[in-house]
Design a protein around this ligand. Structure first.
Ligand code: IVH
Length: 677
C-alpha cells in the first residue's frame, strides 16, 4: 500500500525506519528479538517499496542502505579525531600486582576500583557520529591515521547507523572505539566454504575479520557475518562520566553493542582471580578473546594518570599465553620416519610460542603443503596447543614477494636413494626399501625411548654411531654391547661406556608393556601396549592371540588388532623376539590380581601439569597397574587430580568441584603405600 503524496510517504518512511531500527537493535545488539524474522522482513520490504516509489526519501542512515557502492580508488587515509592508544601487556599475577602498585603510587591513593573487560581478539575500529548519524568508520592504522572503511563498517548489523536518543543528549560529534570481530561459528562456516571452493583456510577469526573489513566490495564484507563490541569514547562533546562503567552503560543506551562481561572490582586480587577464571572459560565463548583488559574505573583518576607516548597508564592488558605466532619458513626438510614415511618439516625463523622458542613445525605430508600452499620463504602462522608439535596452519599471502619457492616432494628417499612412492589412498610417500637405514635407525631410537625401554644415554647420535660402526642390526643387538665395544667409539669414555651398559642391562626389567610399545608395531601406542600386556601377561600369549581375542579388549579396535597379529607373522619379527628372550629381556607383565585387592581399584585419576620424576605415560602405567583409571578431564567422578608444574585449568576445576588434589610426591607416596602392605 504505497501512499500517493510525498508528505504521507515521508511520515511512513520515518515510522518504518524507526520500527526497523528498533528491531534491528533488539536482534543484533541485544540478541533478544521481539518479532519473528518474517514480520521483520515484511517491514524491510515495505520500506524498500516505499523508497523505490519515492527515491528522494532515501537517507544515508536508512536500514535499507547498509550495503552501498565500493569506494572508487581503494581506502582513503583518515586522521582520527583523537588518537587510538594501545595497551601495555601483563602475562602474570606479578605484573598485574606491579601495575596496581604503579597506579596507586601514581595517584597517592590506596583504594582503586578496576573494571575488567574481555580483550576481544579482532581489530580496533574508530566510529564517528555526526548528529547521531554514522559519518565514518576507520581502521586503527597506526593509531593516528587509519583507513576509511565506512562502506564496510555499515554492513555490520550491530553498528547503529543512527543512535537512539532516549533520555540522553547526543553530542554533535561523537567518536567511539571498539573491536570488530568474527564470531567463531561464522569463522568455521567461512573456512568450510573456502574448503569446498579449494581455497586455503584462514588462520583464525582475527585474520578473517581483518581481511573481511578490508574487502573493496562492501557486498563481500556484508557476506562475512562480522560483529562489533564498543568499549570506549574518543571525542565526546560535553558529556562527562564519573566512571568507565557508567560510560559503558551510556554507550549501551545509545544503541551500541557493549560486551556484557565487564565487571567492577575493589582490589587487584579479585581482578587477578577474575582474569584467571577466564583462561579456561574463554573456550566456551562464541568469540575469541586473547586476554582481559583492566581499566581504572574512576575517570578523574584516568585523567590524572594520563598516558605514555604509546599506552595509557590507567589500563593494562592481561594476555593469555599465545597459541599462535607468525614467522618465516626458511627451508623445508624431508625426514624419514620409523614407518618409512617421508615427513616434511618446516625449518622456521625461531619464534616464541606458548612459552618456548619454536624453530620447526611439522608439515605432515604432500597434501597438507599443497592444500595450504606453503612455500619456502613464506610468512606463516604457526599454532601449538598443549603438548602437541607445532603446526603451520596458514600462509600470510599478503606478505608474498614472488620469490617464494613451491615445494616438491622428492621421488626418492632422502636417506637411501631408493624410490619413495605414494600408494593410492595413502597420504604419505614411503621409502620402498625395507632395509632403508632410516627405518632401522628410527626404529632403534624408538625402542630405547622414554616410554619404551627408557635407556638413558642412548640418544639418536649414539645410535647413529653404533650403526655406522656396524655394531647394531636390530634392537636385540643393544644387549650384546660390551664396554670394550663402546670405548672404541668416538667421544665415549670408560665411564660413560660402563653407564650405558648398565642402563641397557637395567632395561631388561622394563616389562612386556614397554617391550610391546618399543617394538614399534604400527598403531600400538603406549596405552594399547599396556592394555594388551596386562591382559595377556606374556609375550607368548600375545603372539598366540587371535584377532577376536584382541578385539575383545577395551579400547583395542580392528586396526590395532590386525597390526599386532600381522606383526607376529613375520619371521624377522619372531626372530627378534626370540633373541630378546635369549638376552633375558623380561617379556611378562603382572596380570591384574583380584580387583578388590588393588589399591587404586575403582579410582579415577586426572594428570595435569608437567610431572618432574616421571612421564605421563609412566604415571598412567602405575595407576593402571594398581587397578585405577586415568581420565583426561576433571568431573565430580574424579577421585584425585595429580598436579605437576604449571598446572592450569584442570587444577582450577578440581578446586571448584572439591576434588582431592595430590602433588607428584603425595601421589607417589600413595602408590608406594601399596608396596608396603
Ligand atoms: S582499550 C586506551 N578495551 O586491544 C585503551 N582495547 O592493544 C585502548 N582491545 O588495539 C584500548 N578489547 O583493539 C580496549 N575491551 C577492550 C579491548 C581492547 C580488545 C584491543 C584494541 C586495542 C588492543 C590494545
Amino acid at each position: 500500500m504505497v501512499p500517493s503524496t510525498l508528505a504521507e510517504a515521508a511520515v511512513m518512511a520515518k515510522d518504518l525506519r524507526q520500527q526497523i531500527n528498533h528491531h534491528n537493535h533488539c536482534y543484533y545488539v541485544l540478541d533478544n528479538p521481539e518479532i519473528t524474522d518474517a514480520i521483520y522482513d515484511k517491514l524491510v520490504r515495505q520500506l524498500i517499496e516505499l523508497e523505490k516509489a519515492f527515491p528522494e526519501l532515501i537517507t544515508a542512515d536508512s536500514p535499507t542502505q547498509r550495503v552501498g557502492a565500493a569506494p572508487a580508488a581503494g581506502f582513503e587515509r583518515v586522521t582520527h579525531l583523537t588518537p587510538l592508544k594501545s595497551l601495555s601487556n601483563a602475562f602474570s599475577r606479578e605484573e598485574l600486582m606491579a601495575f596496581d602498585s604503579r597506579v596507586k603510587s601514581g595517584l597517592g591513593v590506596d583504594n582503586i576500583e578496576y573494571v575488567v573487560e574481555h580483550k576481544i581478539d579482532g581489530l580496533a575500529i574508530n566510529l564517528t557520529y555526526e548528529k547521531g548519524i554514522l559519518a565514518r568508520g576507520a581502521t586503527r592504522g597506526d593509531g593516528i591515521e587509519g583507513e576509511d572503511v565506512t562502506a564496510n563498517i555499515r554492513t555490520i548489523r550491530s553498528v547503529p547507523l543512527r543512535l537512539i536518543a532516549k533520555d540522553f543528549e547526543i553530542p554533535e560529534l561523537l567518536e567511539v572505539r571498539g573491536e570488530v570481530y568474527m564470531p567463531r561459528q561464522a569463522f568455521e562456516r567461512l573456512n568450510r566454504e573456502r574448503k569446498e571452493k579449494d581455497e586455503p583456510p584462514l588462520a583464525n577469526p582475527r585474520n578473517a575479520a581483518a581481511g573481511s573489513l578490508r574487502q573493496l566490495d562492501p557486498q563481500a564484507t556484508a557476506n562475512r557475518a562480522l560483529d562489533v563490541f564498543i568499549y570506549g569514547i574518543g571525542v565526546s562533546g560535553n558529556i562527562k562520566f564519573d566512571t568507565h562503567a557508567e560510560m559503558l552503560r551510556y554507550l549501551a543506551t545509545l544503541g551500541f553493542k557493549v560486551n556484557p562481561h565487564y565487571q567492577v572490582f575493589g582490589s587487584i586480587v579479585e581482578v587477578i582471580d577474575y582474569c584467571e577464571s577466564w583462561s579456561d572459560k574463554r573456550n566456551e565463548l562464541p568469540y575469541d578473546i586473547d586476554g582481559l583488559v583492566i581499566k581504572v574505573n574512576n575517570m578523574a583518576y584516568q585523567q590524572a594518570l594520563g598516558a605514555t607516548a604509546k599506552d595509557p597508564r590507567w589500563a593494562i592488558a592481561y594476555k593469555f599465553p599465545a597459541e599462535q605466532a607468525t614467522t618465516v619458513v626458511e627451508d623445508i626438510f624431508v625426514g624419514v620416519g620409523r614407518t618409512g614415511a617421508l615427513t616434511p618439516t618446516a625449518i622456521l625463523r625461531p619464534v616464541r610460542l606458548a612459552g618456548s622458542v619454536i624453530s620447526r613445525a611439522t608439515l605432515h605430508n604432500e597434501d597438507y603443503i599443497q592444500e595450504k600452499d606453503i612455500r619456502v620463504g613464506d610468512t606463516v602462522i604457526i599454532h601449538k596447543a598443549g603438548e602437541v608439535i607445532p603446526e603451520v596452519i596458514a600462509v600470510v599471502k599478503e606478505k608474498r614477494t614472488g620469490k617464494e619457492k613451491p615445494f616438491v616432494m622428492p621421488g626418492i628417499c632422502p636417506e637411501c636413494g631408493s624410490s619413495a612412492v605414494r600408494k593410492p589412498g595413502e597420504a604419505a610417500h614411503k621409502c620402498i626399501n625395507p632395509s632403508c637405514p632410516a627405518l632401522r635407525r628410527e626404529g632403534l631410537i624408538h625402542f630405547v625411548s622414554r616410554d619404551a625401554m627408557n635407556i638413558e644415554g642412548l640418544g639418536p647420535a649414539v645410535i647413529t654411531t653404533l650403526l655406522d660402526a656396524g655394531l647394531l642390526n636390530d634392537a636385540a643387538d643393544f644387549y650384546k654391547l660390551t664396554v670394550e665395544d663402546l670405548v672404541k667409539l668416538e667421544r665415549m669414555g670408560q665411564k660413560s661406556a660402563q653407564n650405558l651398559v648398565d642402563a641397557i642391562d637395567k632395561s631388561k626389567q622394563a616389562g612386556l608393556a614397554r617391550v610391546l610399545f618399543g617394538l614399534g608395531i604400527r598403531y600400538v601406542g603406549v596405552k594399547a601396549a599396556g592394555i594388551i600386556a596386562r591382559h595377556f601377561g606374556t609375550i607368548d600369549a600375545v603372539m598366540r592371540a587371535s584377532l577376536d581375542e584382541l578385539m575383545k579388549l577395551d579400547e583395542i579396535g580392528g586396526k590395532i588388532a590386525e597390526s599386532v597379529v600381522g606383526y607376529f607373522t613375520s619371521t624377522d619379527n619372531l626372530e627378534l623376539v626370540e633373541r630378546l628372550k635369549q638376552f633375558r629381556v623380561r617379556m611378562t607383565e603382572d596380570k591384574p590380581t583380584n580387583q578388590g585387592e588393588q589399591l587404586f581399584a575403582g579410582l579415577t585419576f586426572v594428570l595435569t601439569g608437567t610431572l618432574v620424576g616421571m612421564t605421563r605415560a609412566e604415571a598412567t602405567d602405575l595407576i593402571e597397574s594398581l587397578g585405577g583409571k586415568v581420565s583426561g578431564s576433571v568431573s565430580k567422578k574424579t577421585s584425585y587430580v595429580v598436579v605437576g608444574a604449571e598446572a592450569g585449568s584442570k587444577l582450577e576445576k578440581a578446586r571448584q568441584l572439591g576434588v582431592a588434589v595430590l602433588t607428584e610426591e603425595q601421589f607417589k607416596d600413595l602408590a608406594q603405600s601399596n608396596l608396603h602392605h
